[in-house]
Design a protein around this ligand. Structure first.
Ligand code: CA
Length: 229
């Protein structure tokens, strides 16, 4: 359920807004003073703030400015004076909407719903999908660093994962053991190109049906390895 904070010092207005919003299924809190309202808007998890302009302590301009610096919570600013609304717009404080009192409570509810929908769409579109490589039954989730072979998850050490991913991302490209060692291991790591051979063997045991006849990572004799697609 979406939580909404009303920062409003006129009790009758705040109560009316609250009643209408609660009837629409929202959870609503009211703060009548600027400082307390600002503090709660900053520190608590509200999905939208309805902000009156003239408030005791800290006014709506300042609350809007500070809240916008810290969070993207949608803000609907309300004021009794049309001139003030123009002024707020002019200041570019980052409020999402403006309403002049008196307004109909159902108009407020409609705008609240519209802003919440828009904001949720914005937030969900920012959630990045994992980067996944899929090649013939092998699925590598680069973001989660997990690997599935034929639908079954297999465990890889960090180096094995890096080596497999590197080869799978550059299919049909032959890399020498030296190249692979340089790319996957730090320059100062202990080890040599024999380490690459050992890791390839371990990877094959996990991804190949028959590791003596590899279908994925091929050995190119005298050169190195390639991931076949
Ligand atoms: Ca007021």
């Amino acid at each position: 359920m979406s939580r909404i904070l009303i920062i409003e010092d006129e009790e009758s207005i705040a109560d009316l807004e609250k009643d209408y919003l609660e009837l629409s299924g929202f959870e609503v809190d009211i703060e009548g003073e600027g400082p307390a309202g600002l503090e709660r808007a900053l520190n608590e998890d509200f999905q939208l703030v309805i902000l009156d302009l003239m408030l005791p302590g800290v006014d709506g301009f300042e609350i809007c400015r500070q809240l916008r610096e810290a969070k993207n919570t949608p803000i609907i600013m309300v004021s009794a004076k049309k001139d003030d609304i123009d002024k707020i717009r002019g200041l570019g404080l980052g409020a999402d909407d403006y309403m002049t009192k008196p307004f109909s409570p159902s108009e407020l509810v409609a705008r609240v719903k519209a802003h919440l929908t828009r904001y949720e769409r914005l937030v969900s579109s920012n959630v990045k999908e994992n980067t996944v490589i899929e090649i013939r039954g092998i699925k590598i989730d680069k973001t989660a660093r997990r690997v599935w072979v034929g639908g079954e998850e297999k465990n890889f050490t960090s180096r094995e994962f890096d080596l497999l991913t590197f080869l799978a991302e550059n299919p049909n490209h032959v890399f020498t053991k030296e190249e692979l060692f340089r790319r996957i291991w730090d320059m100062d790591s202990v080890g040599d190109i024999a380490t690459v051979t050992v890791h390839i063997k371990k990877i094959r045991e996990k991804i190949e049906f028959n590791s003596t006849k590899p279908q994925y990572i091929e050995t190119i004799w005298g050169v190195g390895y390639r991931f076949k697609v």
